[in-house]
Design a protein around this ligand. Structure first.
Ligand code: AMP
Ligand code: TRP
Length: 308
């Protein structure tokens, strides 16, 4: 029996942070051997926030290095986009339905321009997922609704034109759910509250030291919430009790735990970064494989909708 497909993507809209790691990359890495796995750089999605071509190119390169650093096998990395399918879905779902998207509403509420791209984003993401007959999508909790949107778009198409798309399931780790940033809000590239995944030790230390600790209870909850991603809660209970009130010592312990997990990956990243052609070779090979699958699906879709 052929393997089911695992598929996820991250936007190259800035340096990846530990929320991206624990929300998406870690579950992807834990599952990828069991599936036929695709990991995408969602570069077109990043156009909703990035306007500088140099920045987009640099970020894309950098995200691929991040993937390699966490241990992704380059045979699986895919860069491919299919906007035609997004358009077809957009013709099937309604404006009020898209207006309910939390991600869209949050971004506009925070002052982001309400472009048509930002509004239609969920259908673009649905196209990514559905074109590859994806079974499982490891993502952070903030993307849960987007997976439901993809299922809805696929269902609408299947009802209108016959069974074509498989229904994907989100894979969201209970132990992670939403990683909080240094200000206690959701960690996000656009909120300037991130702990960088592959920053220098200084950058990581600086971010940890800036965690807001106005805790009313016995322990600094914002520090603890991040720390529990790295160490068992039972061990942390002891450590936090022993250092009650000493926020500096607790933050230092957290920095050490972060270093322990990520510094071997950082070393690997540096090795790949020195190999100038590696990233573009990997992306080219990935695109070829992805195009073969998506191309076949699009031929089926076009025939069913009456185009060609
Ligand atoms: P993005 O940076 O929006 O492209 O997100 C890439 C992946 O990381 C998605 O699966 C997100 O759900 C996940 N992610 C982003 N921020 C967080 C967070 N604070 N906690 C958990 N997962 C996150
Ligand atoms: N919307 C996702 C995010 O912002 C990125 C993304 C684009 C994605 N296409 C995808 C994630 C397909 C999973 C599957 O995080």
């Amino acid at each position: 029996m052929s393997k089911k497909r695992l598929f996820t993507g991250l936007q190259p809209s800035g340096a990846l942070h530990i929320g991206n790691y624990f929300g998406a990359l870690k579950p992807f890495m834990e599952q990828c051997e069991e599936y036929d796995s695709f990991l995408m750089v969602a570069d077109y999605h990043a156009l909703t926030t990035v306007r500088s071509p140099e920045e987009l190119r640099e970020n894309t390169h950098s995200v691929v290095l991040d993937y390699l650093a966490v241990g992704v096998d380059p045979e699986e990395v895919v860069l491919f986009r299919q906007s035609e399918m997004a358009w077809i879905f957009e013709c099937l779902v309604t404006v009020p339905f898209l207006q309910q998207a939390h991600s869209y509403k949050d971004k506009v509420a925070r002052g982001m321009e309400a472009t048509a791209g930002l509004f239609n984003y969920p259908m673009f993401m649905a196209a990514d997922i559905l074109l590859y007959d994806t079974a499982v999508v490891p993502v952070g909790k903030d993307q849960k609704q987007h997976i439901e949107y993809a299922r809805e778009a696929g269902t609408k198409f299947n009802n209108a034109y016959g069974d074509t798309f498989k229904m994907p399931e989100a894979l969201i780790l209970d132990s992670v759910e939403m990683v909080l940033g240094t200000d206690g809000q959701k960690m996000s590239k656009s909120y300037k509250n991130t702990i960088p995944l592959f920053g220098t030790k200084d950058e990581v230390s600086h971010a940890i030291m800036s965690i807001v600790t106005d805790s009313e209870g016995k322990r600094p909850e914002n520090v603890f919430a991040i720390h529990k991603l790295f160490r068992a809660e039972s061990e942390l209970d002891v450590l936090y009790e022993k250092n009650e009130g000493n926020y500096k010592a607790l933050k230092e312990a957290l920095i050490e735990d972060i270093e322990k997990l990520f510094s071997p990956m950082r070393d690997r990243r540096e090795k790949f970064a020195k190999d100038a052609g590696a990233v573009s070779d990997i992306l080219e090979k990935g695109a070829e494989r992805a195009r073969a699958i998506a191309g076949e699906k699009m031929r089926d879709v076009r025939k069913k909708i009456g185009i060609r």
